[in-house]
Design a protein around this ligand. Structure first.
Ligand SMILES: Cc1cc2nc3c(=O)[nH]c(=O)nc-3n(C[C@H](O)[C@H](O)[C@H](O)COP(=O)(O)OP(=O)(O)OC[C@H]3O[C@@H](n4cnc5c(N)ncnc54)[C@H](O)[C@@H]3O)c2cc1C
Length: 95
């Protein structure tokens, strides 16, 4: 919510339904997700901040050895500090 306000305040363009296809000396080549049409957004620097995915943990390996194993937090599903704490709270109740 804060970022939306900040982008609007600073007049930062937001391109939805758009994926980055390449980075060139001219800038970022982006592709319209619906039409596939490509164009270049001129830039000196391109910062890629496209999110996170959990790294497969060693949970399955440990489960197979008879341990009680519980996955919490970003290792289970990427979220935030609150969702990680809730996860751990729920698991702690089952122990
Ligand atoms: C740049 C950034 C900004 C963020 N800002 C916010 C924010 O403002 N508010 C918010 O709520 N959330 C924010 N988050 C998300 C939040 O940091 C995470 O959701 C939260 O830290 C997940 O907690 P976690 O305990 O699951 O994992 P982590 O905090 O990542 O802790 C996992 C720990 O395990 C350790 N570890 C990993 N593998 C091993 C291993 N094999 N052996 C031993 N130790 C290991 C790691 O070193 C790490 O210390 C942000 C995340 C990022 C990346």
């Amino acid at each position: 919510m804060y970022l939306r306000d900040a982008f609007a305040y600073h007049g930062t363009p937001v391109h939805t339904l758009t994926r980055i296809a390449a980075v060139t000396d001219e800038g970022a080549v982006v592709e319209d997700a619906t039409t596939g049409e490509r164009r270049t957004i001129a830039a000196d620097s391109v910062v890629i901040a496209v999110g996170f995915a959990p790294v497969p943990s060693m949970a399955e390996e440990l489960r197979g050895r008879g341990y009680g194993v519980f996955e919490v937090g970003d290792g289970r599903q990427v979220g935030n500090i609150m969702t990680s704490i809730w996860d751990a709270y729920e698991v702690a109740h089952t122990l």
